[in-house]
Each structure stands twice: as structure tokens, then as C-alpha cells.
Design a protein around this ligand. Sequence first.
Ligand code: HEC
Length: 291
Amino acid sequence: MGLGLRFNIVLLSCYLVGLTLSLWPFYQLSRREAMEQLQAQIDVLRAEALSVRKYTTDEIRPLLDDQSGIQFLPQTIPSFSAHTVFRNFRKYYPQYSYKEAALNPTNPANRAKDWEQELIEKLSANRDIDKDITVRTTEEGQQYTVTYPMVIKDESCLTCHSTADKAPPSMVALYGNKNGFGWKLNDTLIAQIISIPMSATETKVWRNLMLFIGISSGIFLALLVLLNILLNRYVISPVNRMAKIAEAYSMGDTSNPEFQYEGTDEVASLARSFNRMRRSLDYAMKELEKT
Ligand code: HEC
């Protein structure tokens, strides 16, 4: 096996081992960064929902309180406005979803589905957890879902969520006396569940990975070509030329001129020794011919 081939095989093996070892940490890093970006999006959406809730409580409810006695207006309920705003938002981002899910909701549309119920029960059993993060596989692809427990901290919530006789009659007339009652202070049987799609994130992680492989392979190939040119020019080609002259000389052909190689490196020193040896041989041969 030639020097060049051996040199290339060693370099290529080193590159492949290095690439394989660095791919996993790079993938992990890239994915973690993508997850942080997803969480940042969720934080913004949640802040938006909480702001809508607060706006409803502070600005809308006082304005419409009197009217709610005659006809119940769901528009004065924070949960109703947060859901309504998000429904409008979904016209622009259909794969995003927001839900204030409850095990026993006032509005049946907010009833927790099986997987939501599991999350609510998990958070209710572990009160120290402030949020749960899950990656779910749905028909629309993978979804990044964050669930925040909602604790009933305010006594005023129980006006409408404890028993039907305490709730405004207009509300009972609209929603009935079965759903959304029996809630207690410090209950966590409801949760805010926000889901956003992960498809763009996955694509980004893979694109980063491909870019990493592409750039590192490009740099490696450029280095390989450069090293091959240098190896050929400074080692392989002079050694081959020297070998040819030595070969010819050993077959009795002394017509070749002296080997020319300028420089101060090891091959230059070999070339000088080679020429000196050849001159000594010439001289010895001539001396022999004389006798
Ligand atoms: C004036 C009555 C009233 C008060 C006070 C009230 N709610 Fe509600 N709540 C409702 C109604 C009505 C709905 C259903 C709205 C809809 O149609 O989406 C609701 C829905 C909800 C929902 C969504 C799940 C479900 O039951 O449909 C949550 C969560 C919620 N309320 C939490 C609270 C909290 C927390 C408080 C106290 C800060 C509170 N509510 C105070 C009337 C009230």
C-alpha cells in the first residue's frame, strides 16, 4: 500500500470517528436549544391568555355586571374570553391550541379528554410541580404540550363553581345546575393546557445536523486535498524520482543527472546524502576501472 493511500485512510478514519463522536452531543445541544425556543413560545402564549383573563376581570366584568343579573353574559367570564381569543388566534395558527380543561367543567367543551385528565390528576397528586411538559404524537404530527395546574385560590370563584344555588340564576339558566360545581378552595382539578407543533423544530434540528456534517466534511475534504498536494510535492514525488534514479543506476545506467531538490527539510537532506553516495560510487567505479 502506497504512502499516500495509507495516509488518506488514516485521516479519513480519524475524521469519521471524530464526526460520529461529535454528532450525538451536537444533536442533543441543537434539540435542547429548539426545546427552549418552544418553551419561550409557550410562555408568550400563556402570558397572553393570562392578560386576556385579567382584562376581562378588571375591565369587562365591572361594566356588564348589572346586565348579567338579567341575562348571563359569558363574555364577562375570564375563561370564556381566553378561549374565544385563542379560537381567533387559531385562524392564523391552526396547529396551536389552548384549553382550560377541567374534570368537572361548567362548559362541557372544556371537559378534559383522557390524556388531559391523566395530566390533571398527575399534577393534582404532585402539588410541587409547577408545570408538566410532554411531547405528544397526534394526527397532525408531534406536539409540544405544557400543562399548568390552576389552583382555586380565590373564594370568589366558589360563587359560581361551588353549588348551583349560590351561582347567579341567570348562569344556571344558561349552563344548567349539573356541570362545573363542587369545586373547592385549593383544588387543582383544572389546568391550562397549551400545545404547539414541533414539525418546524424537528426540521430545524435535522437541518442544523446536515449543515454541521456538510460544513465539517467540506473543511475536511479541502484539508485532505491540500495535504495530498503537499505530501505529493514534498515527499512522494521526490522519493519516487530518487527511487527511479537509484533503480536505473543499479542496472548500470549512470547517465541520469544528479538529483535536484532544494530546501532544508528531511527529503532535501536525504537527496544530498543520495547525491553524495552516488558521487562516491562513481569515484569508486572509476578507480576500479583504472586497476
Ligand atoms: C360569575 C360566575 C363565575 C365566577 C365568579 C367564576 N367563574 Fe369560572 N366559569 C364560569 C362560567 C359560566 C364558565 C363557563 C364559561 C364558558 O362558557 O366557557 C366558567 C369556566 C371556568 C373555567 C373553564 C372550565 C369550565 O368550567 O368550563 C375555569 C378554569 C374557571 N371558570 C375558573 C374560574 C376561577 C379560577 C375563578 C375564580 C378566579 C372563576 N372561574 C370564577 C363562571 C364563573
